[in-house]
Ligand binder design. Structure first.
Ligand code: PLP
Length: 231
């Protein structure tokens, strides 16, 4: 199947799941996760109408953005772990960062975001399944992180992101998402810029869309399996 056909299939899935879970049309955006994939694959997706791309590795993301600079309406999202020594490249090249989980990184990105660029859109990464991941802050730490980010002029807080451990059933996955969704709704009610709940990957699209996702991050279902041996 071509990338165009796979993209169209994923978009149809999102539409169907939005109807099934009583979500408004177009309330879930698709982030195409293109890490390790060649430029050609991103160009094919772009030709098919895709505009949001997600990358995990800083140098790869910067190289791709520079090579595709003529496609001005691409929105570049950084979704990988952030090392402090890479924050400047992220601040200078990305439109969004989903993985803020340390105040120090937020402050560095704010300082390093060039003045002539719009504020960097950011999400706070939350760890909602305990031991599964070392990344992400606890839900009870979110309010303090929100206050820090809202005080930083070159960052614009857009919402919350999570990568929970896969569960046995959709019901179990929804239970993991419920407290995150609740926190997101409370935050969104206090700040009209907060409109993004970045949850849902190829394996849990239905549970995520049922749980209020506004941005799903899908790689394999669009671009095929990744080959890390040659990446
Ligand atoms: C790689 C990645 C994805 C996409 O995963 P697929 O299984 O390829 O759909 C989504 N989110 C994050 C944070 C990722 O690192």
């Amino acid at each position: 199947m071509s990338i165009e056909a796979k993209l169209s299939h994923v978009n149809q899935q999102i539409t169907d799941l939005s109807h099934r879970h009583q979500r408004p049309d177009n309330s879930v955006r698709l982030l195409a996760v293109s890490k390790t994939k060649p430029l050609q694959a991103l160009q094919e997706a772009y030709q098919a109408g895709q505009r949001l791309f997600g990358e995990n590795y800083v140098q790869e993301a910067v190289d791709k953005r520079q090579a595709l600079a003529h496609l001005e309406d691409i929105e570049w999202h950084f979704i990988g772990p952030i090392q402090s020594n890479k924050s400047r490249l992220i601040a200078q090249n990305m439109d969004w960062v989903h993985t803020i989980d340390r105040e120090k990184i937020a402050r560095r990105l704010n300082e390093q975001r060039p003045d002539d660029m719009p504020p960097l859109n950011v999400c706070i990464q939350v760890n909602i399944s305990g031991e599964h991941s070392k990344s992400g802050i606890r839900l009870d730490e979110v309010p303090a992180m929100v206050r820090v980010i809202q005080s930083l002029k070159q960052l614009r807080l857009r919402g919350l992101m999570a990568i929970p451990a896969p569960q046995e059933s959709e019901q179990a996955q929804k239970e993991v998402y419920a407290p995150l969704h609740q926190t997101f709704l409370e935050l969104a009610a206090t700040d009209s810029m907060i409109d993004t709940l970045s949850i849902g990957m190829s394996g849990d699209l239905s549970a995520a869309i049922a749980s209020g996702s506004t941005m799903v991050r899908v790689g394999t279902a669009i671009f095929g399996a990744r080959d890390y041996a040659t990446a």
